[in-house]
Design a protein around this ligand. Structure first.
Ligand code: WTA
Length: 660
């Protein structure tokens, strides 16, 4: 199968400027290769040295990696530390006390700045408050909050006392929340009265009440509520506590609970494509180490940077690159409560301008929607704002199609800022494949090369490594410090799902397909393995087709799913959002014919979508992931029986269903 055509056209590399490269943590490909070689030659020594340099240990470790019971690996297992101490106290001791830790921009534009000293104080007070409720090391605490300083305080307070937090994204419904509270065996929930998004007040505490009512066997004894809006809520005496009342008279110092490096830091549920959500369990030491290192390597973080990661704390990106990584390296972060398109589609650019953001990390889906918005209304185009503070851009969550990459590069980075396309997962804790911005020549649409210390391969169904140029299954073939430790309460599922027997049981299967460029070895992620289509015996990555459709001048965004077909086994159904208005009747037919021809030309007639449906948007989760399983149901003309509670825009389903 031909490689992505838009990539073929884009044969030249994009290099960092000399000034950027010179000042970078990894200042060139030689430095990158030297680190990779160091890891290759002495794997344990490589990690041990980095762990000693970057993490503050209360008790130094003497053991690096314990491999006696694979795939249950242990890192730095006799070391002791506290993650909150590493993120907060460290900054009070090294001169950052009065530096802004968090610049919070509320939905309505109000700005609150919190220094490291202040953050430390708030975390200690809440940590003492939680202790006063009897919450102890190892207890699980569910955090159900929106983007707020208090959410970060809550996470850090749990870490300080050794409690294991499990953040549940504030867009989840009561049944989903209830399931997670139950699965985690949480003894407490931290929430807010309400959350504010796009000018609307949405419930949080009421959903917690519903979630708890749904499960009689839950173990929750306390609910702590941050007062965000002051809207009326029901209050259960004895169980519910206002956060401000709980913390009011608490001491401003809280001695950290020193924990073992393997002590769990958090559980984060991943919305698996099938079955119940899996609670990915992360450790303290190894996770923190990689959060710190990737801040230094991938984001090249400097003391003067203003770092903005738009991901919600309900997702792994918000954990590693809002709540932990940036604080552990003493950075200033921007935390945004609202949505990118409210009150207008220039909001992201306005925030970059206003807070002089220097590193901006977001998702391709946000980029694509803002491209569309700025095409529709020049008033909200990035050109209306001063983006000169930017020096580095990042992308995460899904493959970024070359067209969106180039727009991001040109219109946001002004051809000055490298783009780090970071491939990773909830389970990996931090980046796996990403360019090192001062070193790696960039190619739009490729996440380029693995980070030093990450051993990534493309293999066939038997675990055999494939030659470059041949698409296959992406695996990681050595344990790494920030890896998932298990699926909470289900060791068996961890073992069978992530370390499949078919591949020999020794390879971590990421769940994605990938292909390496025959010349450079650069990785391109071809989509989830479960998203691979088989048309007339030809394997086609859904992303491959989507990328081509999105590269068509008329198309804003496209999603492709398979549909059973009598003749070809599977046929392709494409859902397409145009840059212009929704086409109707003959116009729609003509455009669909054009798009078929285009795909046919750019990939092959096999990849030509049999069906093309136009809509004004795609069904997406609130974190911006396209919900392909719903598209599959629509394509098959079946009734939707799945849970759509995480859907941002349910009305779109009806429109797409009627679009033929
Ligand atoms: C996808 C998000 C291509 C991939 C950090 C992965 C990507 C899943 C990229 C994990 C990228 C993430 N290029 N695909 N740069 N980043 N993915 O657990 O399919 O929410 O397996 O973690 O997102 O999603 P998760």
């Amino acid at each position: 199968m031909a490689a992505n055509p838009s990539e073929k056209k884009e044969t030249h590399f994009y290099y960092p400027s000399e000034a950027f490269a010179q000042n970078a943590a990894i200042p060139g490909m030689n430095a990158y290769r030297a680190l990779c070689r160091a890891a290759e030659e002495d794997y344990k020594g490589f990690w041990a040295e980095l762990a000693r340099e970057n993490v503050l240990w209360r008790k130094p470790f003497t053991k690096v990696l314990n491999e006696t019971n694979p795939p249950f690996y242990k890192w730095f297992e006799d070391g002791e530390l506290n993650v909150s101490y590493n993120c907060l106290d460290r900054n009070l001791e090294n001169g950052n006390a009065d530096k802004d830790a968090v610049v919070f921009e509320a939905d309505d534009g109000t700005v609150t700045k919190v220094t490291y000293r202040e953050l430390h104080k708030r975390v200690c007070k809440l940590a003492n408050g939680l202790k006063s409720l009897g919450i102890q090391k190892g207890d699980r605490v569910v955090i159900y909050m929106a983007m707020s300083v208090e959410a970060i305080v809550a996470m850090q307070a749990c870490a300080r006392i050794g409690a294991i937090h499990s953040v549940v994204f504030g867009g989840f419904s009561a049944p989903s929340l209830s399931e997670r509270i139950g699965n985690a065996g949480a003894v407490a929930v931290i929430t807010a009265d309400r959350q504010i998004r796009g000018g609307r007040h949405l419930p949080l505490k009421a959903i917690v009440d519903d979630a708890l009512a749904m499960n009689e066997n839950h173990a929750v004894e306390n609910v702590v509520i941050y007062r965000r809006t002051g809207d009326k809520i029901d209050f259960v005496e004895g169980r519910d506590h206002w956060m401000h009342e709980l913390t009011q008279s608490q001491a401003e110092i809280c001695e950290p609970e020193w924990v073992n490096a393997e002590h769990p830091l958090f559980i984060l549920y991943t919305s698996g494509s099938t079955g119940n959500p899996k609670g990915a369990l992360h450790s303290s030491g190894g996770y923190l180490l990689w959060a710190i290192l990737t801040m230094r390597w991938t984001f090249d973080i400097k003391p003067t940077d203003v770092f903005w990661c738009t991901a919600d704390i309900g997702w792994i990106t918000g954990h590693t690159y809002n709540a932990y990584g940036p604080l552990a390296v003493g950075a200033t972060i921007v935390l945004f409560e609202g949505v990118p398109t409210w009150p207008h589609a220039g909001r992201f650019w306005e925030i970059i301008d206003k807070h002089k953001v220097s590193i901006f990390y977001t998702a391709p889906t946000a980029i694509r929607s803002l491209i569309k918005a700025s095409n529709e209304n020049a008033q909200f185009a990035p050109e209306q704002y001063n983006l000169s503070s930017l020096r580095l851009l990042g992308s995460v969550g899904e493959p970024i199609n070359p067209e969106a990459w180039l727009w991001f590069y040109k219109h946001i980075g002004k051809e000055r800022c490298p783009i780090v396309d970071t491939f990773w997962q909830t389970e990996t804790g931090g980046h796996v494949i990403a360019p090192m911005p001062g070193a790696t020549p960039l190619v739009p649409g490729s996440c380029t090369l693995p980070l030093p210390g990450m051993f990534v391969r493309v293999v066939d169904e038997t675990g055999q490594e494939l030659p470059w140029g041949q698409g296959g299954i992406l695996v990681i073939n050595r344990p790494w410090p920030s890896m998932i430790r298990t699926v909470w309460g289900n060791d068996e599922r961890y073992k069978t799902h992530y370390w499949p027997e078919e591949l020999g049981g020794k390879l971590y299967q990421a769940g994605d397909g990938a292909i390496r460029d025959p010349e450079t070895g650069y990785f391109t992620i071809t989509g989830r393995i479960d998203d691979v289509l088989n048309v007339s015996g030809h394997a086609l990555g859904t992303m491959e087709v989507e990328s081509v459709l999105s590269a068509h001048p008329m198309v804003a965004e496209a999603a492709v799913v398979g549909k059973p077909d009598d003749l070809t086994g599977e046929s392709i159904c494409a859902f397409v959002i145009l840059k212009n208005e929704l086409p109707k009747g003959d116009e729609a037919k003509t455009i669909a014919a054009d798009l078929r021809k285009w795909v046919s030309q750019e990939i092959s007639p096999i990849a030509r979508p049999k069906e093309i449906r136009f809509g004004e948007n795609l069904p997406k989760t609130r974190s911006g992931k396209i919900m392909r399983r719903l598209l599959r149901v629509i394509a098959r003309g079946e009734e939707i029986t799945q849970d759509i509670s995480t859907l941002e825009n349910p009305a779109i389903l009806e429109q797409l269903r009627n679009s033929l």
